[in-house]
Design a protein around this ligand. Structure first.
Ligand SMILES: [Zn+2]
Ligand SMILES: [Zn+2]
Length: 186
């Protein structure tokens, strides 16, 4: 499709949204092959709020982040949800799912039992997919307490120390410290 046509479609979609039910807005965006514009993301927020939370969530602003490498992030105090643009260029079909996940964080910051219950109720997933590129297949991020180097890993490390600092054998002083999972929606 040419750029002009896509732009025309975008405007068309936006006008259509006014007369569409929350369910059809969610469906239209889920079925779209391109990632939504920011204004569409905010329409989607309202539609999901209606559909799954009876309109009860506080209004939040949804933004794209071009720098963020993971799927999403919710700053519940500021009422801002950021979605990772590069992640969703690989997985445009995940936009709705990620936004649902982050919307739960407006009420529940952690990933405990309450979060899981809500995620199940509205059909939001827990973990993001591994996405291609630099961190392909990497699930865990570790750091060295000595030199501060970051070590992405596919597996969980138990007793492993930094190769640069420990000179060829395990050294507990430089035991790699777990930072976070890389495949989370956050
Ligand atoms: Zn080190
Ligand atoms: Zn999360």
């Amino acid at each position: 499709m040419r750029k002009v046509e896509i732009e025309a479609l975008r405007e068309h979609n936006l006008d259509l949204f006014d007369s569409m039910s929350p369910a059809s807005i969610i469906e239209t965006i889920s079925a779209s092959e391109r990632i939504p514009t920011e204004s569409e993301l905010n329409e989607l927020f309202d539609a999901l709020n209606e559909q799954f939370f009876a309109g009860g969530l506080p209004k939040a602003r949804v933004e794209w982040s071009s720098r963020m490498k993971h799927a999403g992030k919710c700053m519940s105090m500021q009422r801002i949800i950021r979605l990772g643009e590069s992640y969703h260029r690989y997985y445009p079909e995940d936009v709705v799912d990620t936004l649902k996940h982050e919307m739960i964080h407006l009420m529940i910051p952690s990933h405990g039992a309450d979060f899981k219950k809500e995620a199940r109720r509205i059909g939001a997933s827990f973990h993001a997919k591994n996405y291609p590129g630099m961190l392909r297949g990497m699930k865990y991020l570790y750091t060295c307490p000595g030199c501060g180097a970051m070590f992405p890993s596919m597996k969980r490390y138990r007793e492993r120390s930094c190769g640069k600092c420990s000179k060829g054998r395990y050294d507990p002083r430089f035991k790699l410290k777990f930072v976070r999972r890389l495949d989370e929606k956050l």
